[in-house]
Design a protein around this ligand. Structure first.
Ligand code: XIL
Length: 352
């Protein structure tokens, strides 16, 4: 069977520059093969003089890291503050980028008034009203309607103020409200856990959730794979991932990688070795994802390590290290992960 990658690569593999040149951009390499490439962005990052030009050269789509979270958007009941999200939205629009939304309904990052309000009255407008306000204001390319609703061990739905208030049907309610608010926005269920090899139970729980929604004719368009990988932990099992993504494709759903980054915790102190392992796991993951016809977009969570948190490893934290999870380091120099992504998109593989 000729895979999509082989067919596209045969159409003329691109000569992808080395890190030093970096004259091309991931968005152009991705677009040449029919994919959108983007990255999370935050308003504080746009204040750095040297970062926005890099973000604009590399990404054709943004996703707000914070600005669309409900604790930012509606700090007081009924009083939306869209100022930060408007800044990102205007930055994207003025520079010709699209924006995807994240998240509308999540167990986390909710304002303190929301849970008591839901406990006082199971008022569906506390769910649907927020969704309507956001999706009517922004013409988003896609949106994570519900984020991380499954327990990480795959044993059921994650406890949340939404599950307490409305039961499992809150997920259906959210998608119906989103479709009604903006029929043009691709509606995504977003989670992490399908990527790593040992997570068979999580993948089964993911398929069970999606099959239930589809059986009830819930307006669901795509699965968001967050793509939080590990360079020295639980690795991607390419066959298991390929089989799982085929299941998603068979259900008529699109696939987006929504928050790609690669945790290098537990690696050796040698930076080059850590970066190479991050690049290798990136390519192992993307080689499978990009071969799946359902895949339409890949977004990294942080494009650069400059804004990443300090690592959990105490010695490195003491040295002032930051996580090295993205394709650019804190000085905005491309890392081997950049090459791995470029090669994955271009369909050609190089040996490190
Ligand atoms: C994270 C941000 O990166 C953190 O800085 C913030 O403190 C909490 O949220 N899954 C998600 C993202 O869907 O929204 C989370 O982003 C990371 C995990």
């Amino acid at each position: 069977m000729i895979t999509r990658r082989a067919a596209l690569a045969g159409a003329g593999a691109l000569a992808v520059p080395t890190q030093a040149q970096d004259l091309r951009s991931l968005k152009s390499i991705a677009a040449a093969k029919g994919f959108v490439f983007g990255a999370a962005a935050a308003t504080y990052e746009l204040k750095d003089a040297d970062y926005p030009p890099l973000l604009l050269r590399q990404a054709s789509q943004l996703v707000p890291e914070y600005e669309m979270k409900r604790n930012v958007l509606e700090p007081r009941q009924g009083q939306h503050d869209f100022s930060a999200l408007d800044l990102l939205w205007n930055f994207a629009r003025q520079n010709g980028l699209t924006m995807r939304g994240h998240p509308l309904v999540w167990y986390y990052a909710n304002p303190p008034w929301l849970k008591p309000a839901l406990q006082a009255r199971r008022d569906e407008t506390l769910l649907a009203g927020h969704i309507d306000a956001v999706l009517k204001r922004y013409a988003l390319s896609s949106v994570d309607v519900v984020n991380e609703a499954i327990l990480p061990d795959g044993t059921g739905l994650r406890p949340s103020l939404w599950l307490d208030a409305f039961g499992p049907g809150y997920i259906d309610m959210a998608f119906h409200a989103a479709r009604a608010a903006n029929p043009k926005t691709r509606l995504v269920y977003n989670d992490f856990g399908c990527e790593q090899g040992p997570n068979d139970r999580f993948r089964a729980a993911q398929l069970k959730l999606l099959d239930g929604l589809l059986a009830r004719k819930v307006p669901l368009d795509a699965l968001g794979l967050q793509g939080h990988l590990n360079a020295f932990g639980k690795a991607v099992d390419q066959k298991k991932l390929r089989d799982f993504l085929q299941e998603i494709h068979d259900r008529g759903l699109a696939i987006l990688v929504t928050e790609l980054d690669v945790d290098d915790t537990g690696g050796p102190s040698d930076i080059a070795a850590r970066d190479r392992a991050v690049a290798d796991e990136t390519r192992r993951f993307l080689d499978v994802v990009l071969d799946t016809p359902a895949t339409v977009a890949v977004l990294t969570w942080n494009l650069t390590d400059r804004y990443a948190d300090p690592p959990d490893e105490a010695p490195l934290k003491a040295l002032g290290w930051r996580y090295r999870k993205g394709p650019y380091d804190a000085r905005l120099a491309a890392k081997p992960m950049w090459d791995a992504m470029a090669q994955a998109f271009a369909g050609r593989r190089i040996a490190y």
